[in-house]
Structure formats: structure tokens, C-alpha cells
Design a protein around this ligand. Structure first.
Ligand code: PEP
Ligand code: MN
Length: 379
């Protein structure tokens, strides 16, 4: 996707020190609510207005959007405030209607990105149209599916593309509505460095409480912009009431963000940074060497177990290791979750090595670690 357009070729923002911000209600509810939100947001310097018209809801019998009628309200916003407008399209008909009524930017929601049929249908409807499209990450943490949706649009000639990170759903309850899994957008940036990435803290958080924290992380990771839900009266919102901010609170939150420089120009700063980075590289090498060493012992044990016909997995020993290591890690300021993720991975790799040794004649190796991992796989 070499020819992805620069954001600034289609978004008119002169203050490059600020992130690009798209804001507006989760859903367009009434013409008054839409206009009121837009006027207030505009007065706080927001240039791009969002509002969902066709709303994908998890359960039936919830508010599913005002539909086509809302397109007229977006047109009015454009005429009265001069803001650019954006809305979600989930099928070819939505895309055609939105384009016909002058919506400036389209977005594909998380529930659409998961479905290659729907994405292709929208892409076909947009063929030859020079419209910017934002593609939210799919609900599930599948980087290829996200990239695939972007590629389908790129292949019909859409070059004004943006990826929107809105988090990934999980069955278990976490502090977030959708887990950020920051490593996935980081890998997306590594694979497609010229693709602008926006963060959608509203749908990651699901609550106002963490919006500022998540927005700040995205700025620290050099995201190009934010898309945030804002409603004149959040508690009364017809959808996503818990996560919306009033335009005034949004503006305060945005003003409190620390925007760091994306590139380092000062030589001394650069030198310090590269020294520290070298130290990190050295530590990573040492970590790898140590893991290699650990694995050599594990293999020796494997030989021993094989000789004496002892089972690979010794549960008691493993829970002792984990408990001890979590205790030690905590004393070093490392969280229990981090330590247990890392050591569980090391343990599974160790079992894989031992199983291979024990079954060398039969070639049976039980692989507990998935071979295909989204994050390590090349294109
Ligand atoms: C939205 O932006 O209102 C929305 C429905 O988003 P998502 O597709 O990220 O759930
Ligand atoms: Mn929403």
C-alpha cells in the first residue's frame, strides 16, 4: 500500500502540534442534538464531526440509529459550521447514500471489518470515488483481517485511508470495554509505516474514567489522531451513554494531553536516546541468551526423564516455580499478570522442547504454543 495519501493532503489542519480530532455523538438522535453537538464542538476548535446513523447494536430492541434521515442533519452541520462530517457505513447501500449526501469521510465499524464479504461489497461501491475511509480494527485481535480490509479498499483505488484502533473484545471482564492490545497497532505501524492511525479511546474504555489515560498512551505512541464520542448531555445519550464526554469536558481532556515530538531533532537528545536504546538491545540479547541457557537445562532434564520414564509435566513443581517467581517479580515492581504471562510462555516452550526429546523416535511432538502467531509472522 505504497500510495496511501498523507493525512494533511485531505484534512485541513495547520497546527501540526495537535493531534487531529474527530468528535461527535455515538449516534445522531435528533436534528437538534446533532446541531447542538456540532456547534459546541466547533466552538472548542473541533473540525471534523462524527455521528452514527446506522448503529450496529449487540442486542435487538436497542436503538439502531435514525437511518437515512440523519444524512440530512449531517448536511446541515456541514453547511452551518463548515466542519467535515463522517459516519459509519456497513453495506454498499449505506456507502452510496452517504456519498450522495456529501458525507466527507466514511468509516467501517469493527463489526464490518470482520466480514470480508461486507468489506468487499463496500469497496466495490466505492470504486473510482476519491473518498477517505477509516477502517476500525475487527472485533477479534486479527491483524491480517484488519490489513485485509484496508487492502480491499486500496485495491479499488481508495488511497485516503486511516486505521482506527478501538480495542478488541474479550469474553472475560477487564477494566476496559475492549482491550487495547497495543502491540497490534504497533505491529500494524511496523508493517505499513505510511498508514495513519487514529485511536478511538471511547470504544476502548467504555467509560469516561479512562479516556484521558488511553488518549495519552496513543499520543505517546505517535498516533495521528483521535476519534472520540461527545454528546451535549451524555447521561441521556441513546447509545454508549457511559463513555461520552460533553464538548467542554472533551476540550479540557484534549488540552491536558501532552503531545511529544514524533521525531528527535536535537543532537544531544538523539545521542541519549540512542544510548538508552542500545542498552535495551543489550538487555534483550542477554534475555535471549539466558532463555537459551535455561532451555539447555530443560533439555537435559528431558533426557533424564526419558531415561527413567518420568512424565514431562510435573504440576507441583510448576506451581512452586510460578509462585516463587511472582513473589520475586512483585518485589522488583513487576505485575503479577506480566510475570505469569512471560513465565507461562517459557514453561510451555520448555514442555514443547521436552516432549520433542521424549518422542524423538515417533516424531510426535505436542505443540502447546500456536505456530502461527499474528505478531511474529511476516507478510
Ligand atoms: C461507533 O463508533 O459508534 C461504533 C459503533 O464503533 P465500533 O465499530 O468501534 O464498535
Ligand atoms: Mn459508540
Amino acid at each position: 500500500m505504497k500510495d496511501i495519501a498523507s493525512l494533511y493532503s485531505w484534512i485541513n489542519q495547520t497546527d501540526l502540534k495537535r493531534p487531529i480530532v474527530i468528535a461527535g455523538p455515538c449516534s445522531a438522535e435528533t436534528s437538534e442534538q446533532v446541531m447542538d453537538s456540532a456547534i459546541q464542538l466547533k466552538s472548542h476548535g473541533i473540525q471534523i464531526f462524527r455521528a452514527g446513523i446506522w448503529k450496529p447494536r449487540t442486542r435487538p430492541n436497542s436503538f439502531e440509529g435514525v437511518g437515512e434521515e440523519g444524512l440530512g442533519w449531517l448536511q446541515e452541520v456541514k453547511q452551518k459550521t463548515g466542519m467535515m462530517t463522517t459516519t459509519e457505513v456497513a453495506n454498499a447501500k449505506h456507502a452510496e447514500l452517504a456519498l450522495a449526501s456529501g458525507v466527507d469521510i466514511l468509516w467501517l465499524g469493527a463489526r464490518t471489518t470482520v466480514n470480508p464479504f461486507a468489506v468487499q461489497e463496500i469497496a466495490d461501491a466505492l470504486k473510482g470515488k476519491d473518498v477517505p475511509v477509516m477502517v476500525k480494527n475487527p472485533m477479534n485481535p486479527d491483524l491480517d483481517l484488519w490489513i485485509g480490509a484496508l487492502e480491499r479498499l486500496y485495491n479499488v483505488g481508495i488511497t485516503k485511508l486511516v486505521a482506527v484502533h478501538r480495542g478488541f473484545s474479550a469474553y472475560h471482564k477487564t477494566k476496559y470495554r475492549n482491550e487495547p492490545q497495543w502491540q497490534i497497532p504497533i505491529e500494524l505501524r511496523r508493517r505499513i509505516p505510511n498508514l495513519p492511525i487514529f485511536c478511538d479511546p471511547s470504544h476502548i474504555c467504555g467509560t469516561r474514567k479512562y479516556l484521558s489515560e488511553v488518549s495519552q498512551i496513543s499520543m505517546d505512541l505517535n498516533y495521528n489522531g483521535l476519534i472520540i464520542e461527545s454528546h451535549p448531555n451524555p447521561q441521556e445519550a441513546w447509545s454508549d451513554a457511559e463513555q461520552q464526554l460533553t464538548p467542554k469536558d472533551l476540550s479540557e481532556m484534549l488540552n491536558s494531553l501532552v503531545i511529544r515530538k514524533a521525531k528527535v531533532s536535537n543532537k544531544n537528545l538523539m545521542d541519549t536516546l540512542s544510548e538508552l536504546r542500545t542498552m535495551i538491545d543489550l538487555c534483550d540479547n542477554q534475555l535471549l541468551d539466558l532463555i537459551e541457557k535455561r532451555m539447555a537445562f530443560v533439555e537435559q532434564i528431558g533426557q533424564h526423564k526419558k531415561k527413567h520414564n518420568i512424565a514431562v509435566l510435573q504440576n507441583k513443581r510448576w506451581s512452586q516455580i510460578l509462585q516463587r517467581i511472582i513473589r520475586k517479580g512483585k518485589a522488583k515492581g513487576l505485575s503479577k499478570e506480566f510475570i505469569s504471562t512471560v513465565f507461562k510462555a517459557i514453561h510451555i516452550e520448555s514442555i514443547n522442547h521436552q516432549t520433542k526429546i521424549m518422542n524423538v523416535e515417533t516424531g510426535h511432538a505436542l505443540s502447546l504454543l500456536p505456530k502461527k502467531r499474528t505478531l511474529t509472522k511476516g507478510k
